[in-house]
Design a protein around this ligand. Sequence first.
Ligand SMILES: Cc1cc2nc3c(=O)[nH]c(=O)nc-3n(C[C@H](O)[C@H](O)[C@H](O)COP(=O)(O)OP(=O)(O)OC[C@H]3O[C@@H](n4cnc5c(N)ncnc54)[C@H](O)[C@@H]3O)c2cc1C
Length: 388
Amino acid sequence: MPRDVPARPRIAIVGANFAGLSAAQRLGSDHAVTVIDGSPWFEWRPGIHELVSGTSRAADLRLSRARLVSRAGHRFVRATVTDIDARAGRLTTSDDRQVEFDACIVAVGGVVNTFGVEGADRHAMPLKTVEDGVAIGRKLATLASGKGRKSVVIVGSGLEGIEVLGEILRRYRGRQSLHISVIEAGSRLMPGSPRALDQAVRAHCAGLDVDLLVRTAAAKVTRSRVQLAAGGSLRSDLTIWTAGATAPDLIRAAGLSGGKQPWAPVRKTLQSRNFDNVFVAGDANVLRPRLAKQAYYAMQTGQFAAINAMRAVAGRRLREFIPVPKPMLVAFGDLDTFLVSGRSVIASPTLAAAKEAVFQLTMAQVDPPIGAVQLRALTGRVARAVRR
Ligand SMILES: Cc1cc2nc3c(=O)[nH]c(=O)nc-3n(C[C@H](O)[C@H](O)[C@H](O)COP(=O)(O)OP(=O)(O)OC[C@H]3O[C@@H](n4cnc5c(N)ncnc54)[C@H](O)[C@@H]3O)c2cc1C
C-alpha cells in the first residue's frame, strides 16, 4: 500500500522581479511554490535610463522569468493577479486561474503616479520598464533627426529624472537638436538627497541647452505643452514623466494598504499588518522606519520574506528583518556618476565602473553562470560593457 506523502506547504509569490525572484530563489523544493507575473522578463530596472541613449539594449537588461523560476525548481504562471483573498488562502489571475496558498509573498513593486495631473496619463511617457525606456529612446531619435530644435520636458528630478537627463545629454548634447527642461516641484534637484548633487548637476548643465526649474509643478500635459501650476507653459514635443510612484491597485483591492497609505504596511517580520499569511516585499511594502525604494532592499526583503514564510507555514516563530543599507550610485550619462552615502556625495566619472560592476554582479547572482545559456548571456553583457 502506498504510504501517505505529506503535502508540501504551498507558497504563492505575486510579482517576480527583484523582490519576488529573490524570494523564489530562497525557497527549496520542500515547498510547492507558484510564482506569478504578468510579464515574461525579469528586468534590470536600475539600468533602463541607458536605453534612452542606446548605451544599453533591451536584451542586456532582461532575463527569461520562466527559465529563472524553473531553475529554482518552481512553477511559473504568466498572468496578472487580480485578487488575493487572504482569509480563504486563494488568489485569482486575469485568466481566471485560482491558486491556493498557505502563505503568499506579495512583491508587485510600484506603478507610475501622475498625481491626477490632467493629460499626464495620455501625453507623457513614463520611465518604469524596459519597454518604456526603448519607447523614449525611439521617440528622441525621431525628434532629433527631424527639422528644427525640439523641446523635451522631464517632469520630476528624482533619481530617474536625473539619470534620464544624463543619458539624453550623453547622446544629444552638442547637436543643437534638443532643448531640455527639467521641472521639479521641490526646492532643489533630487529632493531629499544632499545639496551637493543639485550643485553638481547644475555645474554640468551650465552652457548646455538645459533649463533646470525647481519649485515648478506641472498642472496639465497636452500633446505639445506642459502647463505649469504657477501659470505659463512650456512647449513640449516629448514629455517624460518621472515624478513618482504609487502602489498598484491590487494592494488596496486585496486589503493590504493602510488607510490613506497606498502601500502595504508590514511588521518587522515583513508580515502584512492586516493578514498573518501574507508577506509583502520590495517597493510595495512600507516598513517603520521607511526604506528607500531601491533594488537592493527589494532583494533583501524578498529573501527575508521567503525565510519567514517558510517559518510561518512550519508554525515557527518569525524573525525580525534588519535592513543592510548600501550607498546609492546615481549615473549622469558620461558626464559623471555620484556615490551617495547618507549626507556625503563623491562624484567621479570613473564611478561608472562601480555601477557597471553592481549590474554585472547582481545579474550573475540572479542568473548564476552555470550552463551554456547563462554563460553566453554573461559574456555578452561583459563584452558589451567593455566596448562601452
Ligand atoms: C529608472 C529607474 C532607475 C532606478 N535606479 C535604481 C538604482 O540605481 N539602484 C537601485 O537600487 N534601485 C533603482 N531603481 C529602483 C528599483 O528598480 C526598484 O526599487 C526595484 O525594481 C523594486 O523591485 P520590486 O521587485 O519590489 O518591484 P518591481 O521591480 O517593480 O517588480 C514588480 C513586479 O511585479 C509584477 N506585478 C505587478 N503587479 C502584478 C500583478 N497584479 N500580478 C502579477 N505580477 C504583478 C510586475 O510585472 C513586476 O515584474 C530604479 C528604478 C527606476 C524606474
